[in-house]
Design a protein around this ligand. Structure first.
Ligand code: FEO
Length: 383
């Protein structure tokens, strides 16, 4: 129970290995759904088809013998919408409420779903439930084009769809920021301007509770979460520090990266984080590239280009609209070093990337003669 009349209907999924077929979720994920019981009963979103049976049982229990009047669809992506057909089959009189775009998209997933009685709502429309009501706000591309969020004024609750979501099942004891940040940049990161537009709309509301479609319901210290979303969606760094991502063939580039980290710390940089791209979660490396104010990319040259793990990171960053960062480059090459040139080319399509000079070239093992260049890069990063 969230309030006397608003109920949590979501489920934890701790058996899924990859969310969206690509993101590691070691602590699972929750698919959140809500029920408002008033003169009318409204179900808000459903859950992934992996959990339909468990969900229907929870819904039936929460309804306490009532039949839902409305099924509000904020987002059509299957992790929330793939149990819609099952709900409609169980409660045939339920009326779907969604954006026109969502109603247009639903038949892609449900060929036989009867949409003739569905209610199309648009930005600013209000669904009256009795004492409660839902005011809809279009939130296109947060994270799909059909997305809406809604605000319930009696309880001052924002139903925020994927916004303010987090990886990790609800029974996981972990800090919100880290897994919410990894979720944000990988799922919604490309759409900063659209998130900014939504935050501007939300700024006029009195919000005491945020109910997202993944992760915990947020009820305390809301300024903290809103502030992080503002920073993230403006592509501003959250933490002043250096993230060193490296891809090393025989361990020498890894040693250069470690040496640079040691020099940075000696020079007083308190926040240095490293990732071996061959052995760490690419989604977390991407998250850290957005988190820190400065990034160093250190990589072996490979086949006339750069080691594929580094190329992969740069492609992921470009796809998520990476921008506004200071970036240092370290390459290794025993013959014809070309990693820096390749990394520079991949960075050149991104906005407001400030390449920090000097770029460093190591040839084979890290030698005493390489230290001055690493020192100079560290000084430039900290300047
Ligand atoms: Fe959680 Fe965009 O679906």
């Amino acid at each position: 129970m969230i309030t006397q009349d608003i109920f949590y209907l979501g489920v934890d999924d701790k058996t899924i290995d990859l969310f969206e077929g690509q993101y590691l979720v070691p602590n699972g994920i929750s698919y959140n759904s809500y029920l408002i019981l008033d003169e009318k009963a409204a179900v808000l979103d459903t859950v992934d088809a992996r959990k339909t049976e468990e969900y229907l049982a929870k819904l039936e229990q929460a309804l306490g013998g009532r039949t839902p009047d409305y099924l509000v669809v904020h987002h059509v992506e299957p992790d929330h919408a793939s149990s819609i057909q099952a709900v409609v089959e169980k409660y045939p009189s339920v009326q779907l409420v969604a954006s026109a775009k969502a109603l247009q998209m639903l038949p892609q997933y449900f060929e036989s779903l009867d949409l003739s009685g569905a209610i199309a709502v648009k930005d600013g429309d209000v669904l009256q439930l009795g004492r409660h009501s839902l005011t809809f706000m279009a939130a296109p591309m947060v994270h799909w084009p059909e997305v809406m969020v809604s605000y319930e004024p009696t309880s001052k609750t924002l139903f925020s769809a994927d916004g303010f979501g987090k990886f990790g099942a609800l029974d996981t004891q972990e800090e919100w920021d880290c897994e919410a940040r990894r979720y944000y940049f990988n799922i919604v990161g490309k759409f900063g301007p659209q998130v900014q537009a939504l935050l501007k709309k939300a700024a006029s509301l009195q919000i005491e509770r945020i109910c997202p479609l993944h992760g915990p319901i947020l009820e305390e210290n809301l300024g903290h979460y809103l502030n992080l979303y503002d920073i993230w969606s403006r592509y501003e760094p959250e933490t002043d520090g250096v993230f060193i991502a490296y891809a090393s063939l025989h361990g020498n580039t890894a040693k250069a990266a470690q040496k640079l980290a040691d020099i940075l710390k000696q020079k007083g940089c308190a926040q240095v984080e490293m990732a071996d791209l061959a052995r760490s979660d690419m989604a977390e490396a991407l998250e850290n590239a957005f988190r820190y104010s400065k990034v160093v990319l250190a990589a072996s040259s490979y086949n006339g280009g750069v080691m594929p793990f580094m190329e992969d990171l740069l492609h992921h960053l470009a796809a998520k609209n990476y921008q506004k960062r200071r970036v240092g480059l370290v390459e290794n090459g025993s013959f014809g070093p070309c990693a820096n040139r390749t990394m520079q080319q991949l960075l050149s399509g991104m906005k407001e990337i400030d390449l920090v000079e000097p770029a460093v070239t190591i040839r084979g093992a890290v030698k005493e003669s390489d230290i001055p260049a690493l020192e100079a890069l560290a000084d430039a990063l900290l300047a």
